[in-house]
Design a protein around this ligand. Sequence first.
Ligand code: 26W
Length: 816
Amino acid sequence: MAITQFDSESIKQSITGKLQRYNGITVAEATPQQLYKAVASTVRDQIMQKWMVFRERWINEKGKRVYYLSVEFLTGRALNCNLLNLCSQENYQKALRELNIDLQDILVEEPEPALGNGGLGRLAACFLDSLASLSIPAMGCTIRYEYGLFRQKMVDGQQVELPDSWLQNGNAWEIAAVEDTCQVQFGGRIEEREENGRMVFHLEDAYTIDAVPYDMPVIGYDNQCVNTLRTWSARSRERIDLRSFGEGEYIKAMEEMQMAEVISKVLYPEDKHYEGKMLRLKQHYFFTSATLQNALKTFKRQYGNHLELLPDKVVFHINDTHPGLAIPEMMRLLIDQEGLDWETAQRITYRCMAYTNHTVMAEALERWPVEMMRQTLPRIFMILEELNRRVCESLFQSYPDQWDRIGRMAIIAYGQVHMANLCVALSFSVNGVSQLHGKILTDTIFHDYWLLDRKKFSAITNGITHRRWLLESNPALTSLIRDAIGDGFYKDAQQLERLKPLAEDGAFRDRFDQVKRSNKERLRKLIHQRQNIDFDINFIFDVQAKRLHEYKRQLLNALHIQVLYNRLVDDPGFSMPPRLFLFGAKAAPGYWRAKLIIRYINALSTLIEKHPRARQMLKVVYLENYDVSTAEVLMPAAEISQQLSTAGKEASGTGNMKFMMNGAVTLGTMDGANVEIYEQVGAENIYIFGMRADTVESMYREGIYNPMSIYETNFEIRKAMNQWLDGTVFPSEPLAMQDLYHMLLQGDHGGMADPYFVLKDFGSYSMANRRIVEDYQDRQKWLRMAVINTAMSGYFSSDRTIREYNEKIWHIDPIL
Ligand code: 26W
């Protein structure tokens, strides 16, 4: 029975009723997990009707919809976010209190869907929240991974990966839309036949897999919109293939079933480093094909065969190249299934596809071996070949005889399918995720395409949903801000700017400080409870939280900590304001150098603890299993936000925005969206260090960088690095750090030494750190900066980002 009222009485009734019907127990008997499920399914009941009505309105009003295709959606827990967006937090709190239950105890029972690695997936989740809150019809489409990103455990200072079986106790939010099940085919061979004077292509002996969609609601903030996150699950078709069972091939039939279902088994834990694994290719095609088939079916139900209307009614957003096979798949559907001619199909396809690039790192650019593509997706490969032929033909018109150039721009070249070129050539829009990143795209990897069609390219700076990252995760700050400027910023984050004058108000600053302290205390409790580590909240909370990558330079941070340690140990006269360095980062399981950096950080932590004087001013804590829920407690407690990527390497960064919004001051390079943060807060409210992107670029080009000379001239660096090898850092295994030592000074496998300029930027980083601790001691000055950071963070709401996407790319009328 759907509940239409949101009052606490009906909430209570629903919860008790559910426990009675499904578990046969009373509220008093229920475990927190059972309570969570009863509460979540009560919320779900409440929105079912709204969900249906919004979908119907989209159909009836013949509106346009964006399908946001992404191999990752890192949503985090949904219950609290849903309550917030339904404006029902208070009613639920009250209802539960009357049942003697603390809502906070229930929220933590929700298993966190970790269907993403990092920035790309979290951005997709923030976008869905903003799309719904702006009433823009949208469907997020991805894979229903049975296992999300691994859980990280520290064993003897080293990362160990554990499986994340988030669906073990069921998923209270999803609904199987079995009626939309469709088939996806792999392998086989193509038969060409002439039918009615037209060449047709049949796929024979292919292996067919069922794609079953599970839908989760995405609720807009205080409006009528409920969008959908659709996750596709792979199921074997021949569940009960009587023939093979009859022939006694029971075990073989079961094996095949498993092979089919492996497609949606697990999320690949590498972000950045791309590897041409066949299973990954299958994953990408699987959810892309299912999404497009389904979108086309929905379209035809509304508009019949008027396929020329398709670009007015749907847009497919390709979130990085992973769903790029949407392009040949749409061609396949339009030609093979709908009977359109090639030119018409290509024109329609082009006008439906928009692509966002999220990285320029060469090793992350997706390229598939031609043979793998041909074998796995023979018809798709045929289409890619023809697309490539036509693209190259037209490139030849623009760049006659420039074969090198055409080779770099081709979809297929040197035995590989180049996914970024496919997406650039055949989408109507290509965008980068910060101003700097957009510029680098059109200056470098997409320069040749940009010369041919400049209008196609844009840069739209990323954003974060301020509902999750401020209203939900930082209730104390939210209520302080509400008291000061009213609650207009709930819906319009730009209004946070009205806080700016309050930076000059001493009483306000004190309250701001109190809020920060309470959030530091909340984090202390969490870490104490989870890792049995304790610390003093009077330390400066200095945080670097993001995936572990060489280009993000956790190593720079760690090396600097070791230098501080040496200063404390060597000079009894040296002292500093007590500082806690917090790290949160998972490393890809096969990225052994990243894992070594984790060991190094943990070893530093141990080293410092052993020194009675050093540990009074210095502490290092490695947060285990950094995930969305941890971030929600971490960001509000941070005072310094470390954003250290080598300039030009971090496309945007979004953690930087979350820290800023919660009043942390950035210590960072001029990279990605740090540049825009700098522009928002001004030079006095941020600590910028290091080489600029253009300098980095010329250092690479000229090949003159010699880190050895820095090692030789900088005593502090030399001493720290020597301690890596002399048993100071790793007493039991002095050789462990040899790899990092050589990487920084010699380079490996013919690669350059210190390719991310850790030593080059060290001096400037160290100076910025001196300024930061000096300023921190001027309490009022520091608080002023913190307030300004929150006040100027409204620009980074993903509502602004989504508005820009809609104005520049999608052109969708909201359904209000
Ligand atoms: C195929 C392996 C692979 C997997 C993931 C290659 C590349 C990726 C992503 C594109 C990596 C990623 O998450 N990029 C991040 O995207 C964020 C959202 O735009 C940006 O804020 C980050 O700077 C960028 O690193």
